[in-house]
Design a protein around this ligand. Structure first.
Ligand code: F6P
Ligand code: MG
Length: 281
């Protein structure tokens, strides 16, 4: 696992340079989910793939930016799914973005995720590593990732980040989000899931939601690259992640680019989500 962390550190330094100096324009390609890829997405993806290909402990990798799994070493132990530059369309307006890595054993399913790592590129670069029991944050300082703190969620927070197109929300979802606001929750939504989830983790708790909607019943966020890694991260910090009904890590995966409705948060908020959704299946 240490080798993987070291490879991610090397890739992170290079991606930081790509963000600072790279061309924020569109490429001519679309990824598997139909998003137009930016040149930044492609450049970041190349860096990560190059670093992972050097490691014999990795069996397979799959990127949000690619259609298929890339096989690396038949005898490798780990499988890694990654989103090289989540929120890349925010770079041109100078908002924070991130990289997300889910590390799996045996197969790419929520049940088999064994570690997750995300990197936030904001005013500072921070790397957060989840091992299932703890969540540890490191900050880039003078070229080194320095340990800063363990992150632990409170039982109840004060922030909410409600994602997706409100026009397409189901009525019970809208009622629930409104109720959180009526209860004093404050809106925090930048449109980048990495900084939005990072903020909730560091400010003690709250709720990030990206529900199924009338136009996208299975939501938008991808299981392997976004949902499962952050579910593992939140659980490692003492919080929860659900698809509304079940622990989202138990939701089956039929295709590497499957999406899932998802809610990440501290215990109080997620228990409310489960109560509301269980009555509205
Ligand atoms: O990768 C998808 C993403 O950019 C996330 O970073 C973010 O949380 C989400 O999309 C925002 O989607 P929307 O604009 O629909 O709320
Ligand atoms: Mg993404």
């Amino acid at each position: 696992m240490n080798e993987i962390i070291e490879a991610i550190k090397i890739a992170t330094l290079e991606i930081q340079e790509i963000i600072i100096t790279g061309d924020t324009g569109k490429s001519d390609n679309q990824n598997s989910t139909g998003d137009t890829q930016l040149k930044l997405d492609i450049a970041s993806d190349i860096v990560i793939e190059r670093e992972f290909k050097k490691l014999s402990c990795i069996k397979e990798i799959v990127s949000e930016e690619q259609d298929d799994i890339v096989k690396i070493n038949e005898n490798g132990k780990y499988l890694i799914a990654y989103d090289p530059l989540d929120g890349s369309s925010l770079v041109d307006v100078n908002l924070s973005v991130g990289s997300i890595y889910g590390i799996y054993e045996n197969d790419f399913t929520g049940a088999n995720i064994v570690a997750s790592i995300y990197v936030v590129f904001g005013p500072r670069v921070e790397m957060v590593i989840a091992d299932g029991k703890t969540l540890k944050m490191y900050r880039l300082q003078k070229g080194e990732f320095v340990y800063i703190q363990d992150i632990k969620l409170e039982e109840k927070g004060k922030l909410q980040a409600p994602g997706s197109t409100q026009q397409c929300w189901y009525p019970h979802h809208k009622t629930m989000i409104d109720a959180f606001f009526a209860d004093g929750y404050r809106l925090r939504y930048s449109g980048g899931m990495v900084p939005d989830l990072h903020q909730i983790l560091l400010k003690g708790g709250g709720l990030f939601s990206y529900p199924g909607t009338s136009d996208k019943p299975k939501g938008k966020l991808r299981q392997l690259f976004e949902v499962f890694p952050f579910a593992f991260t939140y659980k490692s910090a003492g919080g929860q992640a659900t698809d509304g009904i079940n622990d989202v890590l138990e939701v089956p995966t039929t295709h590497i680019h499957d999406t899932s409705p998802c809610f990440f948060g501290s215990n109080y908020e997620i228990n409310i989500v489960k109560e509301v959704y269980s009555k509205n299946v």
